[in-house]
Design a protein around this ligand. Structure first.
Ligand SMILES: *[C@@H]1O[C@H](CO)[C@@H](O)[C@H](O)[C@H]1NC(C)=O
Ligand SMILES: *[C@@H]1O[C@H](CO)[C@@H](O)[C@H](O)[C@H]1NC(C)=O
Ligand SMILES: *[C@@H]1O[C@H](CO)[C@@H](O)[C@H](O)[C@H]1NC(C)=O
Ligand SMILES: *[C@@H]1O[C@H](CO)[C@@H](O)[C@H](O)[C@H]1NC(C)=O
Ligand SMILES: *[C@@H]1O[C@H](CO)[C@@H](O)[C@H](O)[C@H]1NC(C)=O
Ligand SMILES: *[C@@H]1O[C@H](CO)[C@@H](O)[C@H](O)[C@H]1NC(C)=O
Ligand SMILES: *[C@@H]1O[C@H](CO)[C@@H](O)[C@H](O)[C@H]1NC(C)=O
Ligand SMILES: *[C@@H]1O[C@H](CO)[C@@H](O)[C@H](O)[C@H]1NC(C)=O
Ligand SMILES: *[C@@H]1O[C@H](CO)[C@@H](O)[C@H](O)[C@H]1NC(C)=O
Ligand SMILES: *[C@@H]1O[C@H](CO)[C@@H](O)[C@H](O)[C@H]1NC(C)=O
Length: 401
C-alpha cells in the first residue's frame, strides 16, 4: 500500500521534473529561431511639407515572408493607431495630403492593392475622464468633471527614435502636466523594458500612455481613459476576455490578462487583438507598491456622430466603432494627487496574442528544486526494482523440458 502511494507520487514528481526540463530546453531552443519582420519607418509619407498642418502621420511597415503589417500612428484629432494586415510583402500606403488634412471625406489614405487587405482595425484614444472620488469608493460614474476631449489637445510633433514614436499633449488647465503616448513596433519577440514588461512578438506593437504632472481638479481625483476600436464592420472588437495569467518575475502580483478581440465563432484564432494586464503604475520608476489595478467596461457600439480622428476619416468609408472605458485605481488606494503620475501599457497586434509562460529562471528553479531529490529517489527506486527482479528471475522460471 505505502509502496503504491510512493510510486504514484514518484510518477507525478518525475513528470513535473521532465516537464520542467522540456520547457527549459524548449525556451532555450526557440530563442534561436524567432519570427522576424523587416521594419521601415517613414514620417508623413509622400508629404511635400515636413510639417503637415494638424499633426504628424507615422508609417511603420513591418514586412514578413508573405505578408505586411502597416502600423499608422497619427495625431490629427484624437491620437490613433491603425493596423492594416495585407497578404503580400509588397503592399504600400498612399496618402493624398490634400484630402487627408481636409478630413471631410474618406480616401485620403489607401493601402494598395486594396484586394490584399486581410483586415484592419484602428485604436483611438478618445477621451480622458476625471472624477472626484469624495467618498473613496472608486465609482467612476459619480461626480465626473467635464471630460477632456483628446482631439482638442495641443499635440507635440512626433519624437522618433527608430521604430518608436513619442507624442505628448496637454489641455489648457493641465498647467505643466502632459498626457503622453509612446508607440513601439518590434522586429522580433521580446519584452518591454519597464513594468508590466509585456511579452510582444513581431506581430504586435506596444503603446504606453502616461499622465505626468497634471494638476487634478480635486485633491481626490481619479482618472479614466475612453478607448475606441474602429473597423469596417468585418471584425468588430465587441468583447473583452479576461484570462488567467501567471504571476511571474516580469509582472509580479498580477494574475490576469485582458484581451479585446472580435467575436469569432467557435474558434480561438482571432485576426487582431488589443491586450493588456489590468495594472497601471503610479510612478515612472515603479516599485511593487506603486502598482494600481485597472478595470474596464464592456465594449459598446457607439454612433459615429462625434468628429472622427483624421486617420479614421481618411481610411474608412463606413467606420464602425466600439468603445470602452478603463478606470485606474480601487477604493482605498492613493489618489492621483499622491504622485501626480499614472502609466498604463497595452499591445495591439495581429493574429494570436502572446501568452506568458514560465520564464527560464522559474523553470530552472523548479528543475533544480524538484529535480535533485527526484533523481536521488529515482535512482533508489531503480536499485530496489533491479534487486527484486534478480531475486524474482532466480526463482520464478524453471527450465521446461
Ligand atoms: C511564401 O513565399 C514563398 C516564396 O516567396 C513560398 O515558397 C511560400 O510557399 C509562401 N508561403 C506561404 C505560407 O504562402
Ligand atoms: C488628391 O485629392 C484631391 C481632391 O480630391 C484631387 O484633386 C487630387 O487630384 C488628388 N491628388 C492625387 C495625387 O491623387
Ligand atoms: C490575397 O492574395 C491573393 C493572391 O495574391 C489575392 O487573389 C487575394 O485577393 C488576396 N486577398 C485576400 C483577402 O485573400
Ligand atoms: C458621499 O457620501 C455622502 C454621505 O454618505 C453622500 O451624501 C454623498 O452623496 C456621497 N457622494 C458621492 C459622490 O457618492
Ligand atoms: C525625444 O525623446 C528623447 C528620449 O526619448 C528625449 O531625450 C528628447 O529630449 C526628446 N526630444 C524632444 C524634442 O522632446
Ligand atoms: C510650471 O513650470 C514653470 C516653469 O518651469 C514653473 O515656474 C511653475 O512654477 C510651474 N507651475 C506649477 C504649478 O508647477
Ligand atoms: C506572425 O505572423 C506570421 C504571419 O501571419 C506568422 O507566420 C507567425 O507565426 C506569427 N508569429 C507569431 C510569433 O505569432
Ligand atoms: C492634494 O491636493 C490638495 C489640494 O489640492 C493639497 O492640499 C495636497 O497637498 C495634495 N496632496 C499631495 C500629496 O500632493
Ligand atoms: C456566428 O454564428 C451565428 C449563429 O451561429 C451566425 O449567425 C453568424 O453569422 C456567425 N458569425 C460569423 C462571423 O461567422
Ligand atoms: C465612459 O465613461 C463616461 C462617463 O461615465 C461615459 O459618458 C462614456 O459613455 C463612457 N464611454 C464608453 C465607451 O462606455
Amino acid at each position: 500500500m505505502a509502496a503504491a502511494v510512493k510510486t504514484r507520487s514518484f510518477g507525478a514528481s518525475a513528470l513535473i521534473f521532465l516537464f520542467s526540463v522540456f520547457s527549459l530546453c524548449q525556451s532555450l531552443l526557440s530563442g534561436g529561431e524567432t519570427f522576424h519582420r523587416k521594419l521601415s519607418v517613414e514620417l508623413n509619407p509622400g508629404s511635400s511639407s515636413s510639417l503637415p498642418p494638424g499633426g504628424d502621420l507615422l508609417h511603420v511597415r513591418a514586412v514578413g515572408d508573405n505578408d505586411t503589417l502597416h502600423f499608422l500612428f497619427c495625431s490629427q484629432g484624437a491620437p490613433t493607431l491603425l493596423l492594416v494586415h495585407t497578404n503580400t510583402s509588397s503592399s504600400a500606403v498612399k496618402v493624398n495630403w490634400t484630402q487627408f488634412t481636409d478630413r471631410s471625406h474618406s480616401g485620403g489614405l489607401q493601402v494598395e492593392p486594396e484586394t490584399s487587405i486581410l483586415y484592419s482595425t484602428a485604436l483611438v484614444f478618445s477621451r480622458l475622464l476625471e472624477y472626484n472620488d469624495v467618498n473613496d469608493t472608486a465609482d467612476p460614474t459619480s461626480d465626473l468633471f467635464p471630460p477632456y476631449e483628446l482631439r482638442d489637445f495641443s499635440w507635440s510633433r512626433f519624437n522618433l527614435s527608430g521604430p518608436t514614436a513619442l507624442l505628448c499633449g496637454s489641455a489648457a488647465n493641465f498647467v505643466n502636466g502632459s498626457l503622453c503616448l509612446q508607440l513601439s513596433v518590434f522586429e522580433a519577440e521580446g519584452r518591454g523594458q519597464s513594468w508590466p514588461r509585456l511579452l510582444h512578438t513581431a506581430n504586435s506593437s506596444q503603446l504606453t500612455v502616461w499622465l505626468d504632472g497634471v494638476l487634478p481638479r480635486a485633491s481626490q481625483s481619479r482618472f479614466l481613459l475612453e478607448l475606441q476600436a474602429v473597423g469596417d464592420g468585418a471584425y468588430p472588437l465587441s468583447r473583452v476576455e479576461v484570462h488567467r495569467s501567471i504571476d511571474d518575475e516580469f509582472t509580479p502580483s498580477i494574475f490576469k490578462v485582458s484581451r479585446w478581440v472580435p467575436s469569432v465563432n467557435g474558434s480561438s484564432d482571432v485576426p487582431v487583438f488589443i491586450q493588456w494586464k489590468p495594472v497601471a503604475y503610479r510612478r515612472s520608476q515603479p516599485a511593487l507598491e506603486d502598482a494600481t489595478p485597472c478595470r474596464h467596461t464592456e465594449p459598446r457600439l457607439q454612433s459615429g456622430e462625434e468628429a472622427a480622428p483624421g486617420l479614421v476619416r481618411a481610411f474608412y468609408a463606413e467606420p464602425e466603432t466600439f468603445g470602452l472605458n478603463v478606470s485606474f485605481g480601487l477604493a482605498g488606494e492613493p489618489f492621483y494627487n499622491s504622485t501626480k503620475f499614472l502609466s498604463w501599457t497595452l499591445l495591439v497586434g495581429s493574429g494570436s496574442p502572446p501568452v506568458d509562460s514560465f520564464s527560464p529562471l522559474v523553470v530552472t528553479m523548479m528543475a533544480v528544486g524538484l529535480g535533485t531529490p527526484m533523481i536521488l529517489l529515482l535512482l533508489g527506486g531503480v536499485c530496489v526494482c533491479a534487486r527484486k527482479r534478480t531475486a524474482a528471475t532466480a526463482t520464478a522460471y524453471e527450465p521446461i523440458n
